[in-house]
Design a protein around this ligand. Structure first.
Ligand code: BG6
Length: 500
């Protein structure tokens, strides 16, 4: 994590998918922001690989234009000195990801750049491409000898989501990567872990004497994790038709939030210590059954005062699609800390608001003391970690309303990041890229974690593949999700928090 505060060693970064969305929207702006905070390598060569014909000047120019457009939204202009640090040595290499010749040219180019700029043999390969290329690129890099370490510098590989489509494909991809690379060379990104508020969960839990002693089944009634989006599938209909909300969000982003909330304290912030604790937590989750999971699909409706189409009417979506755009589930963690404390998870598109939060509900206080008062029910206390768009922590508890009678009201203490910290502009990839450059794998997923997460959702994927949902679409765009999700909690005598 960004605690080291020194620029990473000189290196080359090779981006496969140099003309893609990820490169212009996230990778290049993140490098620019790292230059701002002086955390970019002092000697850096950026190489972009893609199939189109382009000169290095055209590639650089297009990326700079896009950056300028994004900064203009905040009335900012590109700072030429900072841009110069990112763009000092940018080379575009036109090549087919599937042809050997691309990799032999890349090898020559990297050799030249290393010699000219003394990069110490360090290369970070970034696969910003569609997942169908992951195996091919890793294999070709391996065959070309580009990921061998040879005692000189580092060779690392960043893999983006989706990491597999199910357990079998995730295993196959891991096997393919591990044929040529060692586990410690592979950085599997889950961009949720790049969010400051997600990283802060560890600080909240482990840097305070207050929370950890009550972070268990003695004090906590249940946990609700919500990742609600107000957007629909936008231009990604084709991708979504073969993915769905479960694959897209649960084994990765939601499970990472569960892991951050539920893992045991690691003995250090060392990557292996943290990853081992997360892996243990995944192993303790009770196998999911179909009865613990509900699915939904959005109908037309109104979101933020605008009409929104039904999922089945979106571009590149089948009018009879059975793909889910909402998932709600109940998971149980079978260990001493959490046994009997359900974790309820929900995520969906076209919900009323964009809101990601982890809400921890504490057990109610005993009522006896209030028997002789007009108070007929005690509210439970909540600790709510607001991840986005609001960033902060809220504690809700009961207070006495002023006056002669004993009347209670639920009140809140509110901490908001923006009130305390001036945050440097960030796209959320800065820490992840920086960590990879300094070799800190804490925020990246290890092979066993990825496979454990897929193994957990596998029975649901199989069950759903064999049954057509009868009531789709089952929630209106702009609502809080399908009623089946409410039933899931009602069965346990509980209810969801409002999405707000
Ligand atoms: C992506 C999913 O991984 O995460 C998208 O593919 C989703 O469907 C996105 O919209 C949400 O990320 P964020 O950072 O906008 O909350």
């Amino acid at each position: 994590m960004l605690s080291h505060k020194a620029p990473p060693p000189p290196c080359a970064i090779v981006i496969f998918g140099a003309n893609g969305d990820l490169t212009k929207r996230l990778i290049i702006p993140a490098l620019y922001n790292l230059a701002r905070t002086r955390l970019l390598p002092e000697r850096l060569a950026l190489v972009g690989v893609d199939h189109n014909k382009k000169t290095s000047e055209e590639w650089t120019g297009a990326l700079k234009d896009f950056l300028a457009q994004s900064l203009a939204k905040n009335n900012e202009e590109v700072d030429e000195t900072l841009w110069g640090q990112v763009a000092r040595s940018m080379t575009f290499l036109s090549g087919d990801f599937e042809k050997n010749d691309t990799y032999s040219r890349l090898k020559d180019l990297l050799g030249d750049l290393d010699e000219k700029q003394s990069l110490g043999g360090n290369v970070l390969f970034y696969m910003a491409v569609a997942d169908r290329f992951f195996g091919t690129i890793a294999g070709k890099l391996g065959e070309a000898g580009l990921v061998e370490i040879n005692g000189k510098g580092f060779r690392r590989l960043i893999v983006e989501k989706p990491f597999g489509h199910d357990l079998a494909s995730a295993k196959a991809l891991n096997a393919c990567l591990l044929k040529y690379l060692k586990e410690e060379q592979i950085y599997r990104i889950d961009h949720f872990l790049g969010k400051e508020t997600v990283q802060n969960i560890m600080a909240l839990r482990f840097a305070n004497g207050l929370f950890e002693p009550i972070w268990n089944r003695d004090r906590i009634d249940h946990v609700q994790i919500t990742v609600a989006e107000s957007i629909g599938v936008e231009t990604r209909g084709k991708f979504y038709e073969s993915t769905g909300a479960l694959r897209d969000m649960v084994p990765n982003h939601l499970f990472q939030l569960v892991a951050m909330t539920a893992m045991e304290p690691p003995v250090s912030f060392d990557a292996e210590d943290i990853r081992a604790k997360k892996a243990e937590m995944f192993r303790a989750i009770h196998p999911l059954s179909l009865g613990d999971v509900v699915r939904g699909q959005y109908d037309s409706g109104i979101v933020s005062d605008q009409k929104a189409k039904a999922y089945r009417a979106e571009d590149n979506v089948s009018p009879e699609s059975a793909v889910e755009t909402y998932v709600g589930m109940r998971i149980l963690i079978d260990n001493w800390r959490w046994a009997g404390v359900p974790f309820y998870l929900r995520t969906g598109k076209r919900l009323t608001k964009r809101s990601t939060e982890i809400a921890i509900r504490f057990k109610r206080a005993p009522y006896a003391l209030f028997r002789e008062t007009p108070v007929d029910e005690l509210d439970a206390d909540w600790l709510i970690l607001k991840i986005q768009p609001e960033e902060g922590i809220r504690l809700r508890f009961n207070a006495k309303r002023p006056g002669p009678a004993m009347a209670l009201e639920s009140v809140a203490m509110n901490f908001q990041y923006k009130d305390y910290f001036k945050q440097a502009p960030a796209v959320g990839y800065e820490t992840l890229i920086y960590d990879c450059l300094i070799g800190d794998a804490t925020l990246f997923q290890r092979a066993d974690q990825v496979e454990a997460a897929w193994a957990l959702v596998e029975p649901v994927l199989e069950g759903w593949a064999n049954t057509t949902p009868r009531h789709f679409p089952n929630y209106a765009a702009g609502s809080e999700g399908p009623s089946a999700a409410n039933d899931l909690l009602a069965r346990d005598g509980r209810s969801w928090r409002r999405i707000n």
